[in-house]
Design a protein around this ligand. Structure first.
Ligand code: GMT
Length: 368
């Protein structure tokens, strides 16, 4: 099949997911055309089945806001016509689903009928999308897509609750390329260390509860000998650094963005994700695929990924004391810690790309 994938090119979960999906589809013989405003960070176009098309938005001083949706719709039309694309798959509703709907209409007038798949990822529904300024357009584009998928049951329910949409929404879970994580685990040199490693990965947005992350570090470091690794960049990164300085917390490393998160995660014992909302928690799944125990909030789709008392622990997002209590207990019990790490890894297999890819391929086949 010839497929266009539209996504955000940054380190956010939806872009990462879309890129990994495109690579796997190309591996399975499909021709994949990525469209974004920059080359997606995880895209390695070393495959002659993968193409990248950049959306350029020319600056014009009359516009207070440059019309990205318009440029994206036009790029979609160009690419679809030029490469005889058979399907458009957009990741993150805003503004991708809306722009793709317009492209679909324009292509129709050129005699080309292109099906549109929209995958909802999280904040496009739970935060930004439901804002009254966007809501009618988001609702419309969800209703007009040929197939809508959601990355968790929880997000599907939120979409129904917030938008009152009655159409079918298929749940296709997020996934990981388990082989990549397994290979890294084999290569990972875990020295006999006399401390624990605790990791947090995010885009440092307010929903990630960065204050909660730092409070957790501060409290657990008074009880257990440990090192903290913070991976990622975003609006609250400076706040995190400031809090670490103000509270004089030692053994903290800020590693910035990385394309190979598995190289850090394989050294880790515990992953902390106290998000206020989280439709799925791809970062938590990547930790589990690296045999890391997860302590997370119980918001959104996290309970569909992290199983309480098996693969980690779930708490209210603001109950940091409880998270510290769980962490102290598990990090002091070597046997139980190893047992939970194995269970986390076992659970991650449920989300192996080699299984989930078929769900997407079946969806594509059903509408092309
Ligand atoms: O807000 C983010 O963390 C980024 C955002 C995105 O779309 O780039 O992530 C959302 O999509 C991910 C991939 O499906 C999910 O794993 C995240 O849980 C979700 N984030 C939120 O719901 C806050």
């Amino acid at each position: 099949m010839k497929i266009v994938i539209v996504c955000y090119p940054t380190f956010g979960g939806s872009g990462v997911l879309a890129t990994e999906l495109g690579h796997k589809l190309a591996e399975n013989g499909h021709e994949i055309h990525f469209i974004a405003y920059q080359k997606p960070v995880r895209l390695h176009a070393d495959d002659n089945k993968v193409f990248f098309h950049k959306v350029n938005v020319p600056f014009y001083p009359l516009f207070n806001f440059q019309p990205y949706e318009l440029a994206l719709s036009s790029k979609l039309v160009d690419v679809c016509l030029k490469f005889k694309v058979e399907l458009i798959h957009v990741h993150y509703a805003i503004p991708h689903a809306y722009a793709a709907y317009m492209a679909k209409k324009m292509l129709k007038s050129s005699g080309m009928n292109i099906p549109l798949v929209t995958t909802l990822h999280g904040t496009d529904i739970t935060l930004v999308g439901k804002h009254p300024f966007y809501k009618p357009a988001v609702k419309f584009s969800i209703e007009q897509s040929d197939i809508v998928t959601s990355v968790s049951e929880s997000l599907k329910q939120d979409t129904v609750d917030f938008f009152g949409v009655e159409r079918e929404i298929k749940v296709v879970s997020n996934f990981v390329d388990l082989d990549k994580f397994k290979n890294q685990l084999l290569r990972c040199n875990v020295d006999n260390k006399n401390y624990r490693v605790i990791t947090h990965v995010s885009n440092f947005r307010p929903v990630k509860n960065i204050r909660g992350v730092i409070e957790f570090f501060e409290k657990i470091s008074k009880k257990i000998k440990c090192k903290f690794k913070l991976i990622g960049e975003g609006p609250e990164l400076e706040l995190a650094k400031q809090l670490i300085d103000d509270k004089n917390i030692d053994n903290v490393q800020f590693l910035g963005n990385t394309q190979e998160v598995e190289k850090e995660l394989c050294h880790s014992d515990l992953f902390i994700l106290p998000s206020k909302t989280e439709s799925f928690g791809l970062a938590a799944l990547e930790a589990m695929a690296s045999k890391v125990v997860v302590i997370s909030s119980n918001s959104g789709g996290l309970p569909e990924v992290n199983i309480h008392n098996k693969t980690g622990f779930l708490c209210e997002h603001n109950d940091i004391n409880k998270m510290v209590e769980y962490a102290e207990k598990i990090l002091n019990d070597e046997n139980k810690l190893n047992e939970m790490k194995e269970k986390a890894f076992l659970r991650a297999q449920k989300f192996d790309i080699n299984k989930i890819i078929y769900d997407y391929e079946d969806i594509y086949k059903s509408i092309i």
